[in-house]
Design a protein around this ligand. Structure first.
Ligand SMILES: [Zn+2]
Length: 126
């Protein structure tokens, strides 16, 4: 019965030129839209030596949004990951898995250190 109009569309020309995608996020502090790649900052973590905290700083209100911690372990693991590029799929998959484990472990380790320092800073005032 019904007439069915099918609109078939090819999914665009094959993307040869890859433009970096501009990611815009909303600042939790002032709710402004901020361009992610322009606001990514690195700063040494005050509580833990040798750790860099990476996050987003809002240019308008300076609100800081934590993204992740960068540690020597993670740098080493990332360098390791670079070395397997061009290797077998198995080698790459294994290296990625190792990196993910180290990355996650380091995030938890540093977060734990920061948390314990906040705890210990609290008592002793009485
Ligand atoms: Zn803001």
């Amino acid at each position: 019965m019904g007439l069915l109009r099918k609109l078939k569309r090819q999914a665009g020309p094959q993307g040869k030129q890859q433009k970096p995608t501009k990611v815009v996020v909303s600042c939790p502090g002032c709710k402004r839209s901020i361009k992610l790649e322009r606001c990514i900052r690195q700063r040494p973590l005050a509580q833990v030596d040798g750790v860099t905290e990476v996050g987003i700083e809002c240019p308008a209100c300076r609100h800081w949004t934590h993204s992740f911690y960068e540690t020597a372990e993670i740098k080493r693991a990332r360098a390791e990951l670079e070395t397997v590029k061009g290797g077998t799929l198995e080698a790459i998959a294994a290296a990625k898995e190792t990196f993910a484990i180290i990355y996650k472990g380091e995030q938890e380790r540093v977060a734990g250190l920061v948390a314990s320092m906040v705890e210990s800073g609290r008592d002793g005032a009485g």
